[in-house]
Design a protein around this ligand. Structure first.
Ligand code: NAP
Length: 261
């Protein structure tokens, strides 16, 4: 009997997981993407694109596709998808694992100001020239700021409304420290606003901010679900292996994580 795993994706971790599980005997991985980005990097294996229609839609989909386990490897700020995964798997009795890369932690020399939300970030911004990296949907929280100048960076063009004094740069990580230093210098950035996404792909801006002595306004993650959670793709593979120890496929490559989970 083939075991079917749904990987809720849109992250490097999800792609990595699907890549590492591809070709395992007795296992079919279905990767799900929201369809937000116009040119997504597709993982190997079967993919589906687009929302499920809320928790009820996802529960029906899990039933229809005879899914045996779900791994929620969505972005730490994709709270609606995670909530739907928790509700739908509870309804169906389907095992759920959350794969979440750890958040960032400040080190010596960092001047981070943690805030609970984008609204709180917008309400108490230090500085006048802001590097804003809060995802394309997060920019609207800053739209009412008439005074400051924003350099808005996101993978896709940000959703309006935008602040009146803004320049948009579309770019996809990974970013290098030297390039981040140059970007901040060129635009005379004096504060960085970001969400606590974690991982190495976009962490260079934090190093660059420290080197330039800039404050970083760090938006905290939404609350994590009360579900089994791991930090790396290797641990997720081990979780699957333990569930299906009799399937005969091995997770012996669990030490090859290179992206910090
Ligand atoms: P969200 O607010 O939690 O999700 C909104 C709705 O989008 C969900 O209710 C669901 O629609 C659909 N959806 C989200 N992720 C999906 C997935 N992997 N497969 C199928 N449908 C999905 O999510 P978001 O913050 O917009 O993120 C969307 C996607 O982009 C996620 O896959 C996430 O991993 C990725 N991503 C997000 C961020 C970010 O900053 N939030 C950054 C990088 C990548 P239905 O209710 O119709 O099922």
């Amino acid at each position: 009997m083939i075991k079917r795993v749904l990987v809720l994706g849109g992250t490097g971790e999800a792609r990595d997981l699907a890549t590492r599980l591809a070709g395992r005997p007795g296992l079919e991985v279905v990767s799900s993407l929201a369809g937000r980005t116009s040119d997504p990097v597709r993982p190997p294996g079967r993919t589906r694109v687009g929302g499920f229609g809320g928790p009820a839609g996802l529960a029906a989909w899990l039933h229809g596709e005879r899914i045996d386990a779900v791994i929620d490897a969505t972005h730490p700020f994709a709270a609606a998808m995670t909530a739907a995964a928790v509700a739908a798997t509870a309804e169906r009795g389907t095992p759920l694992l959350v794969l979440r890369r750890p958040g960032w932690t400040a080190g010596p020399g960092d001047d981070w100001r943690r805030v609970p939300s984008l609204a709180a970030a917008a309400a108490g911004l230090p500085g006048e020239r802001v590097l804003l990296t809060v995802g394309r949907g997060g920019v609207r929280a800053f739209a009412g700021d008439q005074r400051r100048w924003f350099l808005i960076r996101s993978v896709e063009t940000p959703e309006p409304p935008l602040p009146p004094r803004a320049e948009v740069v579309t770019a996809r990580g990974p970013f290098a420290v030297a390039a981040e230093l140059a970007l901040m210098g060129r635009h005379a950035v004096d504060v960085v606003v970001t969400r606590d996404s974690g991982g190495t792909m976009t962490a260079a801006k934090l190093t660059a901010a420290r080197r330039r002595g800039l404050p970083v306004v760090m938006v905290d993650r939404p609350p994590a679900p009360d579900s089994p959670t791991v930090a790396t793709t290797g641990e997720a593979i081990t979780w699957l292996e333990r569930r299906w120890a009799t399937m005969g496929w091995s997770g012996s490559d669990t030490n090859t994580d290179t992206d910090g989970g």
